[in-house]
Design a binder for this molecule. Structure first.
Ligand SMILES: Nc1ncnc2c1ncn2[C@@H]1O[C@H](COP(=O)(O)OP(=O)(O)O)[C@@H](O)[C@H]1O
Ligand SMILES: [Mg+2]
Length: 508
């Protein structure tokens, strides 16, 4: 058998699929493309997570686009974190190009231009469906993280949440939270102190200042009604194609902390909403995180542990997570070791540090008798990658230098007019973009303060009358121990709540 035949057999044996699959492209050996050696990912193992890595301009985002398109065609909904805003083209068909035809002839996959059902989501006031959560849902733990408060201040936030919980004061937006914080050391001081212990004005003052900081960064837009229901990510269009939900995050890419916290809360929410899947033949939802290094940048060890855990656990819910980043070393080892699919685009070897990273990367791939991995890593063409996936039995497939297919949709972004049209035709936007101003903590407390003031005036008048009657009254003193009350709150079952509450329970 010739070396070529040998190679073709080697690939075809490794990439056999009995069930449904996605064809990524065709294997290459040297310059030669083997159209008969197709690189397939079994749909069944797409919940086993993955990594798409490579230097800028090597084709990472297009690989993401290809995967999203093909998942959608198989009826699997997709969620894309679009930090640079370059994925909206999925909503329009590719105009085609002779180079694309040439590519597809080589890889022996017919090319078909197509648009896809796209839903644009936003955390801010940009065009798109608003993605919001209430402060209550977010919970005190995650909120403390975003606000970057001290441990004492985090404890106070926990008390505030508990107080609102106990009294049915909905914490919807940041205005509610600020109001309760002010109330806790103002008009409501005695009431709260009796039940939960004393809270210092200095601490609430610092927390309020930090809330204002987040508000100024635009973080307040994320908090409010109507809060997003995870099930709305799971839609199919009338032709049975999965929706591609694109979260435009261009405006928070310079706020890694906000981004990573948002990510974690979203993952926790998805985790808690989805039922266990068992052995399924396809994923329920696949999430892609472009520019993923931003999540891990500046992340504390505690946060990394949490991410690692949720990556491990969410798989059983049929959710696949795909990280897209320049260098595999951007992803912590604990996460990296859990990734089944690897698509490695070209790396550049400018510096000694680059060369070291390349060596490390090469070691993370299955060895191959056909390739010198280290050498290929720096010489891969654009839209080519070293690929290894998990076969239907969960074993890593042979390493394959792959020429990837081209996206069926537009490789460029939508024009502002196209984007406007897309978002204005969205059913979800209609559901989520109306401003709801239902009664929450802010209004309730204002009303309470008003009533208390009226009551106070009434009492004062009464007292005056009593004075006139020259009667003396003995005052009862409250013997509540503030310290004890705080401990009670911190150990109460409802203390840990909201998205991270669920997460914490899982991690225990
Ligand atoms: N699979 C592909 N098929 C055709 N062209 C591709 C493919 N991948 C990349 N390209 C070309 O390379 C350019 C850069 O790709 P892109 O995915 O944006 O790179 P990255 O995200 O790694 O910076 C694209 O604009 C496109 O012209
Ligand atoms: Mg990119």
């Amino acid at each position: 058998m010739s070396n070529q035949e040998n190679f073709e057999n080697h690939i075809n044996e490794g990439y056999t699929c009995k069930g449904d699959y996605i064809a990524l492209g065709a294997a290459m050996l040297g310059e030669e493309v083997y159209g008969a050696a197709s690189i397939k990912i079994p749909l069944k193992t797409l919940n086993r997570h993955g990594l798409i890595a490579g230097a800028t301009g090597t084709g990472k985002t297009k690989t993401l686009q290809i995967l999203a398109e093909n998942l959608s065609n198989k009826g699997v909904p997709v969620l894309l974190m679009d930090l640079k805003g370059d994925l909206s083209g999925l909503a329009q068909p590719s105009p085609g190009h002779p180079k694309i035809d040439e590519r597809h002839k080589k890889i022996n996959i017919p090319f078909e231009a197509s648009s896809f059902p796209v839903e644009i989501l936003t955390l801010s006031e940009q065009d798109g469906t608003r993605l919001r959560a209430t402060v209550s849902e977010f919970g005190p733990v995650l909120l403390s993280r975003i606000l970057n408060v001290t441990e004492t201040q985090a404890g106070i936030l926990a008390i505030i949440f508990k107080y609102c919980d106990d009294n049915d004061y909905p914490l919807v937006d940041l205005a509610d939270l600020k109001k309760v914080l002010q109330y806790a050391t103002g008009e409501g001081r005695t009431e709260i102190q009796e039940q939960y212990g004393s809270i210092s004005k200095t601490s609430t003052g610092s927390i309020i200042r930090k809330i204002i900081e987040i508000e100024q960064q635009g973080g307040d837009l994320f908090f409010g009604e109507r809060s997003f229901e995870i099930n709305d990510l799971m839609r199919q269009d009338e032709n049975g194609r999965g929706f591609i939900n694109i979260i435009r995050l261009t405006d928070i890419q310079d706020k890694p902390k906000l981004f990573s916290t948002f990510m974690l809360s979203l993952l926790a929410e998805i985790y808690s909403t989805m039922p266990e899947q068992g052995d399924s033949d396809r994923p329920e939802l696949v999430l892609f995180i472009d520019e993923a290094h931003l999540i891990f940048k500046q992340a504390s060890n505690a946060l990394l542990d949490q991410i690692e855990n949720i990556v491990k656990l969410i798989r059983s819910k049929g959710i696949g997570l795909y990280f897209v980043t320049q260098n595999p070393t951007d992803v912590p080892d604990g996460v990296l070791s859990q990734l089944g699919l690897k698509v490695q685009h070209a790396l550049r070897a400018f510096t000694a540090k680059d060369r070291k990273a390349i060596k490390l990367t090469a070691e993370n791939y299955p060895t191959s008798e056909f390739y010198d991995t280290t050498e290929i890593l720096t010489s891969l063409g654009i839209g080519e990658a070293l690929v290894s996936v998990l076969d239907e039995k969960g074993r890593p497939t042979p390493l394959a230098h792959t020429m990837l297919r081209a996206p069926m949709s537009r490789m460029d972004i939508l024009t502002p007019t196209e984007l406007k049209e897309l978002t204005s035709n969205s059913n979800l936007a209609e559901k989520y973009n109306e401003t709801i101003n239902k009664e929450s903590a802010f209004e309730i407390l204002n009303e309470k303060i008003k009533k208390a003031k009226a009551e106070e005036a009434k009492q004062a008048a009464k007292k005056d009358r009593e004075k006139l009657n020259k009667r003396t009254s003995s005052r009862k003193s409250s013997s509540n121990s503030a310290q004890k009350a705080i401990i009670k709150v911190l150990t109460s079952a409802t203390f840990i709540r909201g998205a991270l509450g669920i997460l914490n329970k899982m991690l225990r």
